[in-house]
Design a protein around this ligand. Structure first.
Ligand code: NIG
Ligand code: FE
Length: 417
C-alpha cells in the first residue's frame, strides 16, 4: 500500500463523465492525499487525515505539487511505419492535404511503408511513440489500424497493439479502421471496397481477434467519413455491419466537408464522433441529445496550419460531452502530448483549463468505453495519475511546449519521467 501525501491540489474529476456546464467543475481537493493498494485507489481526501488513518502505507511526498488523473488519449493512429516530412513541406508551399492524398500521397504513402514493414519494425517505431506519450502523461490510449487495408497488414497492426499492450505500461484500446482510405485501383472503387469490408474484412477481423486476443473486448470500428472517401451511405453500411458483428462504432466526421457524419454517429449510437470541424448547429444538437461523445482534435488543424477548429463552445453550451485527443498520425499531426492539445484547446476553442482537463480524462475515457476504470481519481478506480512539476494544474494549459509531468503512476506502479 502507498500514500501520496502533501498534494497542493488533487484534481479528481470524480463523479463520472460530464456534459455541458458540468465540465467546468474538475473536483479539486486541496492539501490532499491518495491511497493506493496494488492497482487501485482505495482512498482520496485530506492529507493529514489519511496519513493518520494509514500509518503503515509507504509514504510518497508530493512536495506540494498538483496531482491529476492520467490523461486518456481517445483517438490516435499510433501504429505506422515511416514519415511524411516531404508532404509537410509540400503543404507549406500551398498544396492541400486532400490534394496530396488524391495525387497518391497521404494515407496511401504511409500504407506502402507500413505494408512493407515486418512486425519488429512496426513494433519498434510504434513503441517509441507510445513511450513518449507515456512520459507526457498519457496512461491510456486508443490506437487504430488503417495503414494496411489488406487483411495481412491490418492483422499485423493489431498484433502490434496487443504486443505493446502486453509490454505496458501504456494501456492501449484497439480500433479497427479498414475504412481509413480506399486502396489504389480497387476493383469497383469505394463501392467495391465497402462491400469487401462488410462481407470479408469485418467478419475475418472478428475471427482473428477472437483467436488472438483472449477474451478482450472487440475493437471499435471506425470510418473516415469524408467527401471523396467514404460518404454517408458507405459509412452507414460499414458501421451497421460492424454493429451486427458486435463492433461498437466510431467515426471521423466533418474534418474537411460537412456530410452529416456527426448526426449519423448520434443516430447509430456511435461511442464517439471525432474531428467535427465543419459540424453544423443541427448536428451539434443531435449529438448533444445523445450519448455519443464529441472528440475534438485541435492538433489536426494546427498541424495543417488551418484556422478553423471544432466549435467546442457550442458543443458544450448545447449540453454535449466533449473530449480531446491528439489524433497522433504521420500526415496531419505527429504529436504525442495531451498537454499540448489542452493548451491548443484553451487558445483556439476557448475552453477553460478545467474543461480541457475534464475533456482529456473522464470524458476521453467515455469516448473509448473506459469511464468505469480510468479517467478520474476516486475510490475503486485504477491508480492512474500524474504528479505534476507545478502546484497549480492550470499551468498545464497556461504553459506549453515543455513537459510539466514529473511522475506517472500506472495501475499503482510509479514511473519517473
Ligand atoms: O485523422 N483523416 C484521416 N485520418 C487521419 C490522417 C491520417 C494520415 O494522414 O495519415 C486524421 O487526420
Ligand atoms: Fe484520425
Amino acid at each position: 500500500m502507498k500514500i501520496i501525501h502533501n498534494i497542493s491540489e488533487c484534481v479528481t474529476v470524480a463523479g463520472g463523465p460530464r456534459r455541458g456546464k458540468a465540465m467546468s467543475d474538475p473536483g479539486i481537493i486541496r492539501d490532499a492525499a491518495v491511497v493506493i493498494s496494488e492497482e487501485k485507489i482505495i482512498a482520496v481526501g485530506d492529507s493529514k487525515e489519511l496519513l493518520a488513518k494509514y500509518p503503515q502505507a509507504e509514504r510518497i511526498d508530493a512536495l506540494g505539487r498538483a496531482v491529476v488523473p492520467g490523461f486518456v488519449d481517445p483517438h490516435t493512429h499510433l501504429i505506422w511505419v515511416g514519415d511524411r516530412a516531404n508532404e509537410f513541406e509540400m503543404r507549406l508551399q500551398g498544396k492541400s492535404y486532400m490534394e496530396i492524398m488524391n495525387a497518391g500521397g497521404g494515407i496511401l504513402a504511409t500504407l506502402t511503408a507500413t505494408r512493407q514493414a515486418d512486425l519488429k519494425t512496426m513494433l519498434a517505431q510504434s513503441r517509441e511513440r507510445a513511450e513518449r506519450a507515456f512520459r507526457y502523461g498519457t496512461t491510456t490510449m486508443e490506437a487504430k489500424t488503417g495503414y494496411g487495408l489488406d487483411l495481412e497488414t491490418e492483422f499485423r497492426q493489431m498484433e502490434t497493439i496487443l504486443e505493446l499492450n502486453k509490454e505496458g505500461p501504456l494501456e492501449l484500446v484497439p480500433t479497427y479502421m479498414g475504412a481509413h482510405a480506399i486502396p489504389k485501383d480497387y476493383p469497383g472503387g469505394v463501392r467495391g471496397y465497402t462491400d469487401w469490408l462488410c462481407d470479408v474484412a469485418l467478419p475475418e477481423t472478428k475471427k482473428w481477434w477472437l483467436e488472438h486476443a483472449e477474451g478482450q473486448a472487440l475493437p471499435f470500428n471506425d470510418v473516415f467519413c469524408e467527401q471523396g472517401v467514404f460518404e454517408i451511405e458507405d459509412t452507414r453500411k460499414i458501421l451497421l455491419k460492424g454493429q451486427e458483428l458486435g463492433f461498437r462504432s466510431k467515426l471521423h466526421a466533418d474534418e474537411f466537408v460537412n456530410l452529416g457524419g456527426a448526426s449519423l454517429a448520434a443516430e447509430l449510437g456511435a461511442i464517439s464522433a471525432d474531428h467535427l470541424v465543419k459540424t453544423s448547429r443541427e448536428d451539434i444538437l443531435r449529438m448533444a441529445a445523445s450519448e455519443t461523445v464529441a472528440v475534438s482534435l485541435p492538433g489536426t488543424p494546427f498541424g495543417l496550419a488551418q484556422a478553423e477548429y471544432t466549435p467546442a463552445r457550442a458543443i458544450i453550451d448545447a449540453g454535449g460531452y466533449l473530449a480531446l485527443a491528439t489524433d497522433l498520425n504521420p500526415g496531419t499531426t505527429w504529436n504525442e502530448s495531451m498537454q499540448f492539445i489542452q493548451a491548443l484547446a484553451c487558445r483556439y476553442m476557448k475552453l477553460t483549463p478545467a474543461e480541457a482537463l475534464v475533456a482529456s480524462t473522464i470524458n476521453a475515457a467515455k469516448a473509448i468505453g473506459r469511464a468505469d476504470t480510468v479517467g478520474s481519481i476516486e475510490v475503486g478506480k485504477q491508480a492512474d495519475l500524474l504528479i505534476l512539476a507545478v502546484s497549480d494544474y492550470r499551468h498545464l494549459t497556461y504553459r506549453y511546449g515543455t513537459n510539466l509531468v514529473a511522475e506517472v503512476f500506472k495501475k499503482g506502479k510509479r514511473f519517473a519521467v
